[in-house]
Write a protein that binds this ligand. Structure first.
Ligand SMILES: [Fe+2]
Length: 385
């Protein structure tokens, strides 16, 4: 990253995040959580004309997640979408699939529609929408195509967790304790071009890339491909987890209906990311970060765990190992796929690098409130009571 001012050093992010979680947990314990951020919503009564407060908390967390998603998709769209302004970035993305700019634009539209719908729905029920505009403070890319406006998210030095790739090829389930290796190690890697001297917007992007700047741009586009899939598989899991505690039938319809589109996005991005690690594109190394995209179809890779066209979820253990394997979204347990778990994974990816403590506080309050939601029967009883 060049000449970018960062308010919170990356190494401090995880520490700061866990201290925010600890403090919030303490406040929850003494009944004060959310007081500063959304007291009205959290104090709402379960009147007949009101949504259950747990449903509201789930919708508000999801609205925040969709605003975050919309923010970074807009950055991808400005540079690499169908009307994107950075020709070389688009060419590099098209090396993954000729339709990438179109998919990027459509995914951007979808996320913006999710955020706008969830907020409109909350307001229609007399609830506060989620507004993160005060936190649009992070700098834009300086590359041709990027608007110079404040951002919620930072795509310039990401740690992209690629264990979703091996997880969905495995017969094991993280909810039963399994862990999964990275498919590609992507650390401190930009997923959008940073500036025109680093990656000239007019350069060609042959396969394989031949110049240093072409390799740099291709690695940036390849990492973006993995980041797209990372976020939508997380969305698939957190929507599934949170819907388990929705009470109101219409809210359940809202959450399930959006969930399906997150899964749809994940499936497509899973396929496209694989093209970065298959012939003829495989083998690119970023000359700045050293991040390498090997051929995952060739030794020492290949096989069930790495073969790039195994994009449909492998049946895996579900509920208990005694059941037959089942092809499912995973994880879906709160500890792995709840709002706090998901927010923590996003923080650890450095997507919020440079954000203010107030931002982390706001996100934590929303995530903890969503995780505290408990499904009730329509007669007010808790399931099983
Ligand atoms: Fe979405």
């Amino acid at each position: 990253m060049k000449e970018q001012s960062v308010q919170i050093p990356a190494e401090d992010l995880a520490t700061r995040w866990s201290s925010v979680i600890r403090r919030r947990s303490f406040l929850t314990g003494i009944g004060l959580a959310g007081a500063a951020f959304s007291a009205g919503t959290l104090a709402a009564k379960d009147d007949n004309d009101k949504l259950p407060k747990g449903d509201v908390a789930i919708l508000r967390f999801l609205a925040a997640a969709e605003l975050v998603e919309s923010d970074f998709w807009q950055q991808y769209n400005e540079l690499g979408g169908v009307n994107g302004g950075n020709a070389a970035y688009k060419l590099a993305l098209e090396n993954l699939d000729g339709d990438m700019p179109q998919y990027i634009s459509d995914n951007t539209d979808d996320e913006m529609s999710h955020a706008a719908f969830l907020n409109a729905y909350l307001m229609s029920k007399g609830e506060q929408p989620v507004n993160l505009d005060a936190f649009r403070t992070l700098p834009s890319s300086r590359a041709t195509g990027a608007k110079q406006i404040g951002r919620l998210t930072n795509l310039m030095s990401l740690d992209v967790d690629t264990s979703w790739y091996t997880r969905y090829r495995s017969t094991q389930n993280p909810d039963l304790g399994a862990t999964f290796p990275q498919a590609v190690t992507i650390t401190h890697q930009p997923t959008i071009p940073l500036d025109d001297s680093d990656t000239p917007p007019t350069q060609m992007q042959p396969v394989p890339p031949t110049t240093r700047q072409q390799r740099r741009m291709q690695a940036i586009a390849n990492a973006a491909g993995f980041h797209f899939a990372l976020f939508d598989q997380a969305g698939s899991s957190v929507y599934t987890n949170l819907l388990l505690n929705v009470t109101n039938a219409e809210v359940l319809r809202v959450v399930v209906s959006i969930l399906g589109v997150e899964v749809n996005h994940f499936a497509v991005w899973h396929d496209k990311a694989g093209n970065a690690v298959a012939q003829p594109l495989a083998g690119v190394t970023d000359p700045e970060t050293g991040v390498t995209f090997p051929d995952l179809n060739a030794p020492p890779f290949g096989g069930e765990q790495f073969q790039t066209n195994l994009i449909f979820p492998e049946p895996c253990e579900f509920l208990t190992p005694s059941f037959p394997a089942c092809s499912i979204i995973r994880p879906t347990l709160k500890q792995n796929a709840g709002a706090v778990a998901t927010a923590t994974a996003i923080v650890n990816s450095r997507l919020f690098l440079g954000q203010s403590p107030a931002f982390f506080d706001a996100v934590t309050a929303l995530a903890m409130a969503a995780d505290a939601a408990k499904r009730k029967h329509s007669d007010g009883d808790e399931p099983g009571s």
